[in-house]
Design a binder for this molecule. Structure first.
Ligand code: M6R
Length: 605
C-alpha cells in the first residue's frame, strides 16, 4: 500500500529516495513519484508503471536535488493515473506526499475553492496541499501544524516548500511515520526499511506528532505542540532484495519455504512456558478468563482456527472478530480478556485500530502474534509471539499463515498446561507433533504434480465451492480466499453442514467443490454432505487423509495427504489449497505476486 520516503541531505538524494520506493514496492502500489525542491518551485517525475520506470525517467532527465519527497500510491480517491500520483503540488510552491484517507476532504475542498484554489486531481491529498499552502506564512512547520488540526481521517504526510529548500515536514495520525538520522542527511519514511543504511537510527513518531527534518537535526512536537522526545533505535541493515532462486514467483517460493519457516518459528526450547510470550506472561495468563482475537483476512482465518484449539485444549472461551467490524461495534468489554491480535505485517490499519479500541475500553492485556518485530503492533502490545516466516513478498499470505497457526497452537497448549488441562503425556505428544511438522509438510509439498493436474481444470472455471467442517472450516475459507485473490475465480467456503441451507442451489456439473476431508470425528458427516453434492451433479475434489476411506470414482477426485495429523492437521491441509490456487492462477496468467487491486500491507481502513 502507499509508501513515503523523504530526505534532506548534502548530496543528490534522488537515488536514495528511489531506492526507498523500491524497497516498499512489495507492499503493492499503482503509481509512484518523486519531487525535489528548487528555488523556482518543486519539480517532480511520476509514473503509473513500476519504480524502475520512474528511475529511468529520473536518470534520463538528470533529475537531482538535495531535498525531496517520494511516494508509492495505492489508489483510494481517484483512479491510478499520473495526474493523481503523488507528490501533489499546490500553487507551484509546495509539494506533499500522503498515506491514508482524509474523511472531511469534501467540505475542505469547498472551503478552499471559495478561497480560489483550483483542484487538478481527484485525490483527497490535494486538499491537504492547498490547506497547508493557504496557511503558510513563512514557516512550513507552523502551517502544517495548523492544517492537520483541521483534518479528520488517517494520514502520514511529508511536505516541502520552495522557500525552505532544506526542510521536510512530516506529520502522522493513524498511519505510521518514522524519522531517520544519518550522516550527512536526515529522513522520514513510512517504514524504517525504506531508509535503512542511509539512516543508522530511527524514531517512531506517535499519534499526532509533527516533525521538522533539516540538515541540522530533527524537531518533534506532540499533538498539543509540546516538544517531544521519541526514543531513537538502531535500524536493522536492509538485507537486500529477496532472491527468487529456482521459483517462478515469490508465492511459490514462500509456499515451499514453509517447512523452514515453521521450524524457525518453533522455539528451540519450546516447553509451553508462558515466558515465551513475555516476562510477565505467566501473571497475565493466570488472571484472564477469556480471549478476544482481532485480525483481518488470512490472519482472521488463523484466529478462527485458533478458537478451536483454545477452547478444546485450554478450555478458555474465545471470540474471534474481524478487526474492521469490531472497531466500530458497540461491544461489552471484558477487562479479564486477553486481546490477541494476529498480523503478518503488524501495520494493518484496521487491526491496529481495533487493538487501540479494545485498549480504550479497558482491556489492557494484549498479545500480538506477528511477523515483523519492529512493527507498530508489536510495539503496542504487552506480550508478543514473533513468527519467523521471514519477509513475505507475495500479496497472498502463505508462510505467514502457517507460522501464525504454529504460534497460536503453542499459545493454546501453554494456556492449557497452566490451567491444568494438559497433562505431561499430552504435552509430550503435542511437542512431538510440532517437531515433526516440517517433515510432514515436505510430504505435502511433494503432492504438487497431482495438484498441477487439477489446476488445469480449475483454470477453466469461474466459480468454486470449498467445504470443511470443524477445525477445517477456516481452512476451507482460506482456500477460497487464496483462489479468489490470485486467480480471480469466484470462490466461497461453507461449513459442509450448511450446504443444504442454501448453497446447494448453486451446485451443478459446472461447479467444482473442493473438500477438506481429514480423518476426524466429523468425517462420516462430511461424507454425507459430499453425497449431497454428487447427487446434484457437482464434481468433488477431495483432499483426504491417508487413512480416510474415500475412493476416486466418477465425479469424485481424490488426492491423498501423506499422513493423518490430528489437531495440527489444518497446518498441513492448507498447503495443497495454496498450491491449487497458485497453479490455477499461473495457468490463467494472472500477476500472482501482485494481484490486481490488492496491496501487501493494508495501511488504510
Ligand atoms: O498483515 P496482516 O496479516 O494484518 O494482513 C491481513 C490481510 O490484509 C491479509 O491476510 C490478506 O487477507 C492477504 N492478502 C491474504 O492472502
Amino acid at each position: 500500500m502507499c509508501g513515503i520516503v523523504g530526505a534532506v541531505a548534502l548530496r543528490n538524494i534522488v537515488p536514495v529516495l528511489i531506492e526507498g520506493l523500491r524497497r516498499l514496492e512489495y507492499r503493492g502500489y499503482d503509481s509512484c513519484g518523486v519531487a525535489i525542491v528548487t528555488a523556482e518551485g518543486p519539480q517532480r517525475v511520476r509514473s503509473v508503471a513500476r519504480v524502475a520506470e520512474l528511475d529511468e525517467q529520473a536518470r534520463e532527465t538528470r533529475f537531482e536535488g538535495v531535498t525531496g519527497i517520494a511516494h508509492t500510491r495505492w489508489a483510494t480517491h481517484g483512479a491510478p493515473t499520473v495526474n493523481n500520483a503523488h507528490p501533489i503540488f499546490s500553487s507551484n510552491a509546495l509539494a506533499i506526499v500522503h498515506n491514508g484517507i482524509i474523511e472531511n476532504y469534501e467540505s475542505l475542498r469547498e472551503m478552499l475553492r471559495g478561497k480560489g484554489y483550483e483542484f487538478v486531481s481527484q485525490t483527497d491529498t490535494e486538499v491537504i496541499a492547498h490547506l497547508i499552502h493557504s496557511l503558510y506564512k513563512g514557516d512550513l512547520f507552523a502551517a502544517v501544524r495548523e492544517a492537520v488540526q483541521q483534518l479528520s481521517g488517517a494520514y502520514a504526510i511529508g511536505v516541502v516548500h520552495k522557500d525552505q529548500p532544506h526542510t521536510v515536514v512530516g506529520a502522522r495520525a493513524g498511519s505510521p511515520l518514522v524519522v531517520g538520522y544519518g550522516e550527512g542527511g536526515n529522513f522520514i519514511a513510512s517504514d524504517a526499511l525504506a531508509i535503512a543504511g542511509s539512516a543508522n537510527r530511527v524514531s517512531y513518531l506517535e499519534e499526532g506528532d509533527i516533525c521538522e527534518v533539516t540538515l541540522e537535526g530533527v524537531r518533534i512536537v506532540d499533538r498539543a505542540g509540546n516538544p517531544a522526545e521519541r526514543p531513537a533505535r538502531d535500524v536493522q541493515a536492509y538485507s537486500g532484495a529477496v532472491e527468487l532462486g529456482p521459483y517462478r514467483h515469490y508465492m511459490q517460493k514462500e509456499i515451499f519455504e514453509q517447512p523452514r519457516a515453521i521450524s524457525d518459528t518453533i522455539p528451540a526450547d519450546v516447553a509451553f512456558d508462558p515466558v515465551q510470550f513475555g516476562e510477565n506472561a505467566g501473571e497475565v495468563f493466570k488472571g484472564i478468563d477469556s480471549i478476544l482475537i482481532l485480525a483481518c483476512g488470512t490472519s482472521y482465518y488463523a484466529g478462527l482456527t485458533a478458537k478451536y484449539w483454545l477452547e478444546s485444549v485450554a478450555k478458555i472461551r474465545t471470540e474471534v472478530e474481524i478487526a474492521s467490524e469490531y472497531r466500530y461495534r458497540e461491544s461489552v468489554p471484558n477487562p479479564r480478556s486477553l486481546v490477541v491480535t494476529i498480523s503478518q505485517s503488524g501495520e494493518t490499519a484496521d487491526t491496529l485500530a481495533a487493538l487501540k479500541h479494545a485498549q480504550s475500553l479497558g482491556m489492557e492485556h494484549t498479545l500480538a502474534v506477528c511477523n515483523v518485530a519492529s512493527s507498530a503492533m508489536v510495539r503496542l502490545t504487552e506480550l508478543k509471539f514473533l513468527t519467523h516466516a521471514g519477509r513475505e513478498i507475495g500479496v497472498a499470505s502463505t508462510k505467514a499463515f502457517t507460522t501464525q497457526l504454529v504460534g497460536l497452537f503453542i499459545l493454546a497448549v501453554t494456556l492449557g498446561k497452566l490451567r491444568g488441562h494438559v497433562n505431561a503425556q499430552q504435552e509430550a505428544t503435542y511437542l512431538k507433533a510440532l517437531r515433526h511438522l516440517p517433515a510432514a509438510l515436505n510430504g505435502v509439498l511433494a503432492l504438487e504434480p497431482q495438484i498441477i493436474a487439477w489446476s488445469q481444470e480449475f483454470a477453466r472455471k469461474e466459480n468454486a465451492l470449498f467445504l470443511g467442517r470443524g477445525l477445517h472450516y477456516p481452512i476451507a475459507l482460506e482456500g477460497a480466499l487464496k483462489l479468489k485473490e490470485i486467480s480471480y475465480i469466484h470462490a466461497e467456503a461453507y461449513p459442509a453442514g450448511e450446504l443444504k441451507h442454501g448453497p446447494l442451489a448453486l451446485v451443478t456439473e459446472a461447479m467444482p467443490v473442493v473438500t477438506v476431508a481429514p480423518n476426524d470425528a466429523l468425517l462420516e458427516k462430511l461424507k454425507s454432505n459430499m453425497q449431497e453434492v454428487r447427487a446434484r451433479g457437482g464434481h468433488l475434489y477431495v483432499f483426504a487423509d491417508a487413512d480416510t476411506h474415500i475412493a476416486s470414482e466418477e465425479g469424485i477426485h481424490v488426492i491423498r495427504m501423506p499422513e493423518h495429523y490430528g489437531l495440527l492437521s489444518p497446518i498441513l491441509h492448507v498447503v495443497p489449497l495454496q498450491l491449487l490456487a497458485y497453479h490455477t492462477a499461473c495457468t490463467r496468467g494472472t500477476d500472482v505476486d501482485k494481484p490486481r487491486n490488492l496491496a501487501k500491507s493494508v495501511t488504510v481502513e
